[in-house]
Design a protein around this ligand. Structure first.
Ligand SMILES: Cc1ncc(COP(=O)(O)O)c(C=O)c1O
Length: 212
């Protein structure tokens, strides 16, 4: 998307603040970093602006998805229903935690058709993961109703829809957890980065694989 290569003086100045400390790690080095905690500041800003109780920055949108899945207790053998129209990272993340991607058709929302989701539910289904594509939004009321009915987790992949909202609430803050990507072609970028947004405390992480 044209414009991704343009950086203003404000952005350069923020990056320089970090370079001047010489500390490129987000944790530790409390003394040498001279009070510069950009990641922590961004987490607080995201929580305030988007309305998530907890925000955790990670290294990419893909890492945000795997982190969210592990924190939500999704792991080996669990089925996650996601749209057939998405970016490859959505289902790569599912596979990387040992879970099984189950693809369902999309509708005019550009993401999950609730009826297709219903038809894809099995006893192994653990999570429904709409991907809010290209700035649009899923039919979250319908998907949340299905989650409630079947006791399923709702994980929003909002990597492509940072700032969009559904009925006044920011995407990524409506389900059990939501994810953002800050890669080079996203609306907010830091080259590579991501965030997990949630209002619930993490459950015990599920095993990513089990020995047979
Ligand atoms: C819908 C969606 N999910 C996840 C990702 C993964 O984000 P990242 O490139 O930061 O790993 C992307 C990236 O394009 C995406 O479009």
């Amino acid at each position: 998307m044209p414009g991704f290569e343009l950086f203003g003086t404000e952005e350069r100045s923020e990056v320089n603040d970090v370079l001047e400390t010489g500390i490129l790690m987000r944790y530790g080095f409390d003394g040498p970093r001279q009070g510069v905690w950009k990641s922590r500041e961004l987490e607080t800003a995201i929580s305030n602006v988007f309305g998530s109780k907890y925000t955790q920055l990670v290294s990419s949108g893909t890492a945000a998805l795997t982190t969210a899945m592990a924190a939500l207790g999704i792991g080996y053998g669990d089925e996650i229903i996601l749209p057939a129209f998405t970016f490859v990272a959505s289902f790569e993340a599912v596979i990387s935690v040992g879970a099984i991607p189950v693809f369902a058709d999309v509708d005019d929302t550009l993401t999950l058709n609730p009826e297709a989701v219903r038809n894809a539910i099995t006893p192994k289904t653990k999570c429904i993961m709409p991907v809010h594509m290209c700035g649009s939004m899923a039919d979250l009321d319908a998907l949340m109703a299905i989650c409630k009915e079947h006791n399923l987790i709702l994980l929003e992949d909002a990597c492509q829809s940072i700032g969009a909202s559904y009925k006044g609430k920011k995407l990524g803050t409506i389900g059990d957890a939501g994810t953002f990507s800050f890669d080079f072609v996203k609306t907010i970028t830091c080259a590579e980065g991501g965030a997990v947004l949630t209002t619930t405390k993490a459950q015990t992480a599920a095993p990513i694989c089990t020995l047979l």
